[in-house]
Design a protein around this ligand. Structure first.
Ligand SMILES: Nc1ncnc2c1ncn2[C@@H]1O[C@H](COP(=O)(O)OP(=O)(O)OP(=O)(O)O)[C@@H](O)[C@H]1O
Ligand SMILES: [Mg+2]
Length: 323
């Protein structure tokens, strides 16, 4: 058999994308994406509308054919051996549709049969999984009574039915109200806690920061940033600091602050408060604070506005939009 001769290059890496790209007609939606996700990692696949997130996910799950490159799941080429590659994954792509007259139990039974699971296996797993997504009480109710958030949790349950090692979610909280979002996030966090690998797209940075270990940032079909949430939060070079003084700063003070090395912008926000864009990481921030004190400005608060990861995200997107 061909598969026996051509051993996959990677072994057990849940996700390995090697230069995948996609053209829709003359439009390049995805350039040449290289991305690996290690076992047990929750990766947040971030990017604005049209960045190419769904295109990537559809290539990974063999819903569309890439124009170039190769996607492998657990070392198995998705195009060459789709059944084997997809057997270990569960996916929720776009808003799932259910039959309204069925209950979650019936829906899962149907999905389980399609996957070749035994009735006993289906029953046991359904109970476990409905508990996990907090739908036990609703197991026998008709789905037509469900809210969007409940349907989304049911979709995740369906994706988890066969205990996949990798869960792929395309914007799992999109279209949900804040409570629905929080509920879905809780489910994903608990999966992560069990050591499963999660690949989830989102355009919400805060969500990714809350749920994921790693981030990949995409824009215009190109990978801009890849790293761990912690490292990227620490490593961002530029951040906005809000400083409040005991007495309002004079125009001369503001001018002097703007002239300091590393200070890119000073904005008087009134009420003795200024917002400063400072480069040079934490070192830069410390130098500006020292300079304020040396100048006799009596600082009462000095705190970052928004996370530095947020700043990094916005900077990189803006930069790539300019090109
Ligand atoms: N079937 C298609 N035919 C033509 N163009 C397409 C098709 N699917 C996607 N595109 C285009 O490719 C680009 C990337 O789309 P994609 O759906 O991957 O983005 P996305 O990052 O998932 O965006 P969103 O956050 O809006 O879901 C977009 O400009 C989109 O218009
Ligand atoms: Mg999308």
């Amino acid at each position: 058999m061909q598969a026996a001769i051509e051993r996959p290059i990677t072994t057990d890496v849940p996700v390995h994308l090697e230069g995948i790209g996609k053209e829709y007609g003359h439009f390049t939606a995805l350039k040449s994406l290289e991305l690996t996700v290690a076992e047990g990692t929750a990766l947040g696949f971030l990017g604005p509308n049209g960045a190419g997130k769904s295109t990537t996910i559809k290539i990974m799950t063999n819903l569309i054919r890439p124009s170039r490159g190769r996607a492998s799941l657990f070392g198995i080429d998705v195009r060459r051996e789709p059944t084997r590659a997809l057997a270990r994954i569960g996916a929720v792509i776009e808003t799932p549709e259910f039959y309204g007259y069925l209950s979650p139990f019936e829906t899962l039974a149907y999905a389980g049969r399609l996957r070749g699971m035994s009735p006993k296996e289906i029953r046991n797993r359904s109970e476990v999984i409905l508990k996990e997504v907090k739908l036990t009480e609703w197991a026998d109710r008709r789905i037509q009574e469900f809210s969007k958030g409940m349907k989304q949790r049911l979709a995740i349950a369906q994706a988890l039915l066969h205990e996949p090692d990798l869960l792929i979610l395309d914007e799992p909280t999109s279209g949900l109200d804040p409570r629905g979002m929080a509920e879905v996030r809780e489910v994903i966090k608990s999966l992560k806690g069990q050591g499963r690998t999660v690949f989830m797209s989102s355009h919400l940075l805060g969500e990714v920061q809350e749920v994921c270990d790693d981030v990949a940032l995409l824009n215009h079909g190109e990978l801009l940033v890849r790293g761990s949430v912690r490292e990227l939060s620490r490593g961002a070079d530029t951040s906005t600091i809000q400083a409040t003084f005991l007495r309002p700063a004079t125009p001369q003070d503001l001018e002097a602050l703007a002239a300091l090395p590393g200070v890119e912008e000073v904005k008087d926000s009134g009420d003795s408060t200024v917002d400063l864009r400072i480069s040079g990481g934490e070192e830069g921030q410390a130098r500006v604070l020292e300079a304020m004190i040396t100048r006799g400005l009596r600082v009462t608060t000095y705190r970052p506005l928004g996370s530095s990861l947020e700043q990094l995200y916005l900077d990189r997107i803006q930069e790539s939009d300019r090109l």
